[in-house]
Design a binder for this molecule. Sequence first.
Ligand code: ATP
Ligand code: MG
Length: 260
Amino acid sequence: MEPVKSEVIAIANPKGGCGKTTTAVNLATCISALKRKVLLIDLDSQASATIGLGIKPYLCRFSVAEVLLNSAGKAGEAVYSTKVKNLSIIPAKSSLADVETELRKQEGGGLVLKSRLNQILSAYDYIFIDTSPSLGALTLNALTIAQRVIIPVQTQFYALRGLGQLLNMVNIVKARVNPNLCRIRILATMYDPRTRLSQNILSELRKRFEKELFKTIIPISTRLAEAPGYGLPAPLYDSHCSGTIAYRKLAREVIANEKM
Ligand code: ATP
Ligand code: MG
């Protein structure tokens, strides 16, 4: 199937630790294995996606912070290749936190990423943006440029906390600056079939988000949690573990939506 050019997918949820970065890194990796050209943008000053792909932020001359400040020359200079074929990254550094403060002060600060990346997006089939656990200026920039938002929801306590605020923000961005932001998809993560809690939250998600919920469910998987410690995405760390298998399935589900 021919890919549709340049779909930007933001991965967001203000709830911390729900699997945003794990999803960004592994979904991007699995989609690149399906011969799509993929760019991952790390828009979190914790730089977890950058580190998880084996890139040391302090060794990167340019990062997404310089792109936003327009001090990187061309945005393309902040694009680095990774160990994964077809997958490039614009890394994050801790200085991104200061950029967020700057953007908040600027009028039109929510549109900066869009204007800086305009030139390079068409070179990729998919652009994933890993966002931080906040609904601040950086996440606003991600939503302003995205066509789809994937919301990982941990099938654990307080799973739905913050979700209402995120959905509000998506609606506001859609109404005011980005009418292309049309698809919200929910991804159940860290599912543990042995616990009633996981089962209950999954059935609640199925009821509330019948259309939006991905069929693929990401199981709790120790290998997924271990992989970033080795600077590897899960498919390169353990290509047969349940987590890798699930993200491969998710990649096919995302691609199946290409024509929709
Ligand atoms: P933050 O909000 O801090 O950016 P996040 O939403 O990006 O967090 P992750 O960093 O992806 O969440 O995951 C939080 C922790 O849970 C990490 O230690 C990660 O390795 C682990 N983890 C993520 N998904 C799974 C999973 N399916 N099974 C087991 N551990 C997981
Ligand atoms: Mg993260």
